[in-house]
Design a protein around this ligand. Structure first.
Ligand SMILES: [Zn+2]
Length: 382
């Protein structure tokens, strides 16, 4: 008799939207949902130490199978005792399947029903990802949640290609289930594909649900399609997923998309956005995005966000952080990264409280009235 390593508890639902309040029990702690997961591509959330992630309140981070397989190698990570021990992170970890990277980053890929042959973006060496190969890698990395190997089609894509791709992804999902060697320690999630076609999404979801995964991801969105189309596709997908299983929207995490995703019944999100824009000198604040590199902040001694209680905002001024970033000092991007992750983590906390208190739609409106619409670009300074 096997015990499920990850269990989802549905705590409550919004009466006016599809928003859900839940709790995910994992071998490395309890995760309150909806949750935003910071991305730690190379077994590190860039510039942030594990104890700082803990301080920020991130219960789970994402790591990338493709990158860790190429460097330092999953055999090395396994020899170190698995990803948690290797990177000294005691919270939960989710590894993606590498599908997105081999279809978008890798060179000279050759796709067949068996898998994908590609060349490493680092040294050009040849590799082959099949459902079985990816499961072996993810089993060695040892994350709490692992993703099935899927084909991630670009946008736009022909309908006939998408149909074939959905069939392939479903066949691969079944092969992943059979090849998964650590089902008592790692939960394998299936991924719904289907481009922006509601009927393909519905068929893909129904077929995956037949396979009975402990959780379901929605992949292939936020790949260049207009936002309203992404929201419609999402709304056409989540009703076909079981209510008692977690739903994860992959690669999505701008503040507007978090709210729109939650509203359509998503529980988990990941995105490089808060950490990537931080390294470019942009911070998220309660009043929208702020480009701290701009000259306007040269003599601004206020904190990044006067409504933020993070260590960075309690300690440093915009002028100092701007100076660090202009001077190319690494502390600068550490501070902006820490603040951005803190900001999004607090937004998710408030979203959860709002769902519990039956005022999610009101909180969404309040947030955007202050943050600005269209991802804060209307409030973006200079
Ligand atoms: Zn802050």
């Amino acid at each position: 008799m096997s015990t499920a390593p990850v269990r989802f508890e549905l705590l409550g639902r919004c009466a006016r939207t599809m928003a859900r309040r839940g709790r995910l029990h994992t071998p490395h702690g309890v995760i309150e949902t909806p949750v935003f997961m910071p991305v730690g591509t190379q077994a590190t959330v860039k510039t942030v130490a594990p104890h700082e992630l803990q301080e920020i309140g991130a219960p789970i981070i994402l790591a990338n199978t493709y990158h860790l397989h190429l460097r330092p190698g999953d055999d090395l990570v396994a020899a170190a005792g698995g990803l948690h021990r290797f990177m000294q992170w005691n919270g939960a970890i989710l590894t993606d399947s590498g599908g997105f990277q081999v279809f978008s980053l890798a060179e000279m890929r050759k796709i067949s029903d068996d898998g994908v042959e590609f060349r490493s973006h680092i040294d050009g060496s040849r590799h082959f990802f099949s459902p079985e190969a990816v499961m072996a890698i993810e089993n060695r990395l040892g994350a709490d949640i692992i993703m099935a190997f899927d084909e991630c089609p670009p946008y736009p894509a022909d309908r006939s290609y998408l149909e074939q791709s959905v069939r392939r992804t479903l066949a691969w999902a079944e092969r992943c289930q059979r090849a998964h060697r650590r089902p008592d320690e790692q939960a394998l999630f299936g991924i719904v594909q289907g481009g922006v076609h509601a009927d393909l999404r519905r068929e893909a979801a129904a077929a995956l649900v037949e396979l009975d995964f402990p959780g379901y991801a929605i992949g292939g969105l936020s790949v260049g399609e207009p936002k309203p189309l992404m929201y419609d596709t999402l709304a056409a997908t989540t009703p076909h997923l079981p209510v008692d299983k977690p739903r994860y929207l992959m690669g999505v995490g701008s503040p507007d998309d978090l709210f729109e995703g939650v509203e359509r019944g998503v529980d988990m999100f990941d995105c490089v956005l808060p950490t990537r824009i931080a390294r470019n000198g942009t911070v998220l604040t309660s009043r929208g995005k702020l480009v701290i590199r701009n000259a306007a902040y040269a003599r601004d001694f206020a904190p990044l966000d006067s409504d933020c209680s993070c260590w960075v905002c309690r300690t440093f001024s915009r002028a100092y952080i701007r100076h660090l970033i202009k001077a190319g000092e690494v502390l600068g991007i550490r501070l902006t990264t820490y603040h951005n992750l803190w900001f999004l983590t607090r937004v998710m906390e408030r979203i959860r409280a709002a769902i519990e208190e039956g005022r999610f739609p009101e909180y969404k409106r309040e947030f955007f009235e202050s943050f600005g619409y269209n991802d804060g670009t209307m409030r973006e300074d200079g």
